[in-house]
Structure formats: C-alpha cells, structure tokens
Design a protein around this ligand. Structure first.
Ligand SMILES: NC(=O)c1ccc[n+]([C@@H]2O[C@H](COP(=O)([O-])OP(=O)(O)OC[C@H]3O[C@@H](n4cnc5c(N)ncnc54)[C@H](O)[C@@H]3O)[C@@H](O)[C@H]2O)c1
Length: 304
C-alpha cells in the first residue's frame, strides 16, 4: 500500500482516479479547491498555495497532479496560466522539498496542437503521431500543458522520476448527451447544448478515452518502475474515435495530402484508429484501453 496525493481529486477525472486507487488498496489524499465526495483525507484550497500543498504532501510516496483549468472554455488565458503553470510549479517544488520522487503529471494531447478548432490549428505532420512529432500548441491551455511538461522534465533532471500522460478528451458519463448531440448533427453542434459540463471534444478526429481506462493509466504510471532522473510521456486514447468517418478519410477530407501516413497498416486493421500512436503506451506502460463509447452512436444516421 502506498500513500498517494491526488490533486484535482474532486474533479471529473479525479474521482475516477481516487476510486481506482482505493479499490487497489492505496491510501489516498485529495487536494482540490472544493471537497469531493470520497471518504479520504481532504486538503481544500488553491493548488498555487505553497503552504497548502506542502501540508498535503507530507509523508506521501507519490503525487498524481491532475488539478488544472481543463480547457480554454473554463477560464481566460490569465487564469489558465496562473492555475496550470503556478499550480504545477508549486506541486513539483513541494514534492521535491518533501522527498517525493514520483510525480505523474496530467498532460493532454493538445500539446501536439490538434485539438481546438478556434484560433490557429495546424494539421499534424504525420500519422500515427508519436512522441517524435513536434509540439504545435497554439492556444493558452495547450501552451500551459507544454510548459507543464517542461517543468516536469526539469524536475526529472534534478532527480525525480516523472511521467506525463497526454490524454485525449475524456468521455465522462456526463458527456454522453453532448457526444450524441454532436453525432446527430456535427455541422450544427455548438456545445455544450444539452446539459453536459462542456462541449463534446476530441479535436477534428473526435478522439476520446473512457475515464475508467484513464484512471487505470494513472495507476500504471504510478506503478511503473523508473530510474531516478527519468521523464517519460505517453499518448493515451481509446482504440477508436467517435467520428462517423474512418480516420484516413477524415484526414484527407480536412487536409488533402498534407498528413503523411507513415503506417497505413494501423488504419487498415482499425479504420477508426486514433491519430496517436498507441504502441508506446502498450509496450512500455502496459496500457491498452478496454472501453470506448462508439456504442452511444449506434443507429444514428451518420453511423449506420
Ligand atoms: N476533460 C478532458 O477531456 C481532458 C483532456 C485532456 C486532459 N485533461 C486534464 O485532465 C485533468 C482533469 O480535468 P477534468 O476533466 O477532471 O476537469 P475538472 O474541471 O472536473 O477537474 C479539475 C479539478 O481541478 C480543480 N482545480 C481547478 N483549479 C484549482 C485550483 N486553483 N486549486 C485547486 N484545485 C483546482 C477543480 O476544482 C477540479 O476539481 C486536467 O489536468 C485537465 O487539463 C482533461
């Protein structure tokens, strides 16, 4: 059993991560600006407060840093930078001071730059997009995750072992109605339209991951054997997108021949495979998503 601090523990993802850790016998502490429902030790306040974070950190074996402004619709650029950058710095700084050597940082596939339609979004250079692909972030949220990863790497250089999980859009149960609304009329969809906490996301290819899978990935990242001083990143996604069109058809329609298809075999085997290379997470982290939400779309005109 390990003692683990989860920041953002009261949030949509945090509660799945907390439940998964508790189910696997760990001792969990939560830090969030509001107290969540789980029966764990809570540290309530702002993740940018050094005193609060230091108190929460005392005696833990690892930190899963999930607290953040989770998209460009949930805060302006100033707020995103304050919470996501200063919060991440505060967590790493307190972890190092407390001798906590393992941090898992919740990053995002937005670092690759292919998630938000508004603003300037560049097409990917190639598919499957892997860790060698340049980071083409252009919006404040994506920039905050690129810089958060830079901090993560810096703390690894100083001796910690750190993992960044670049997850795609999380299809929480609360998002089901938005996902269906978008699938019914993608051109007209302006979310959130039908009561979900945010828009159906996932970028132009409608990527998604199930929160149960993502929670498991956090646990696998925490358990992964790593030497001190090592920083690793992983793209995480369900094995299929939520798009009505096969991935290569959609990329071709949106970008012509601009996206080099490096491994057509991936898309021959699974036409709805995501843009991202999932072999690294499978081989190194032992993570292959078990769930997907395409069943929500069965019977809709564009999907029959
Ligand atoms: N939702 C997605 O599709 C998605 C995709 C990729 C990455 N992420 C990342 O996943 C993580 C969790 O996001 P989520 O979907 O659960 O969103 P969420 O808003 O439900 O969770 C974020 C949590 O952080 C807390 N928080 C925000 N500001 C804080 C502050 N100043 N001090 C303390 N706590 C604060 C919130 O109260 C909330 O509980 C975030 O790091 C987000 O960037 C989310």
């Amino acid at each position: 059993m390990s003692a683990i601090l989860v920041t953002g523990a009261a949030g949509l993802l945090g509660r799945f991560v907390v439940s998964d850790l508790l189910a696997h016998g760990h001792n969990v502490r939560g830090l969030d600006r509001r107290q969540g429902d789980s029966d764990i030790e809570w540290h309530v306040g702002d993740v940018t407060s050094p005193e609060l974070v230091q108190r929460a950190m005392a005696g833990v074996d690892a930190v899963l840093h999930i607290a953040a402004i989770p998209n460009i619709w949930s805060g302006d650029g100033q707020t995103i930078m304050r919470v996501n950058l200063l919060g991440t710095y505060t967590v790493f700084d307190a972890a190092e001071a407390a001798g906590v050597n393992r941090v898992v940082f919740c990053s995002s596939d937005s670092v690759a730059g292919y998630t938000v339609r508004e603003g300037r979004m560049l097409p990917p250079r190639y598919a499957p997009l892997d860790l060698d692909h340049p980071l083409l972030a252009t919006d404040p949220y994506a920039i905050s995750k690129v810089l958060g990863e830079d901090m993560a790497r810096a703390y690894a250089l100083r001796g910690m072992s750190v993992i960044a999980l670049r997850t795609v859009f999380v299809a929480y149960p609360e998002m089901a109605s938005e996902i269906v609304a978008r699938a019914e009329d993608p051109a007209a969809y302006r979310g959130p339209m039908v009561g979900g906490p945010s828009s159906a996301g996932g970028g132009p290819l409608y990527h998604h991951i199930d929160a149960r899978d993502l929670a498991r990935a956090f646990r696998l990242a925490f358990e992964l054997k790593l030497e001190p001083g090592v920083f690793e990143q992983f793209y995480l996604s369900a094995q299929v997108t939520l798009s009505p069109e096969p991935t290569l058809d959609r990329l071709r329609r949106l970008h012509g021949d601009a996206v080099e298809i490096r491994d057509p075999g991936v898309y021959a085997a699974q036409p709805f495979a995501p843009l991202y290379d999932l072999t690294h997470a499978a081989d190194r982290l032992g993570f292959v998503a078990e769930y997907d939400q395409r069943h929500l779309l069965a019977g809709l005109p564009a999907f029959s």
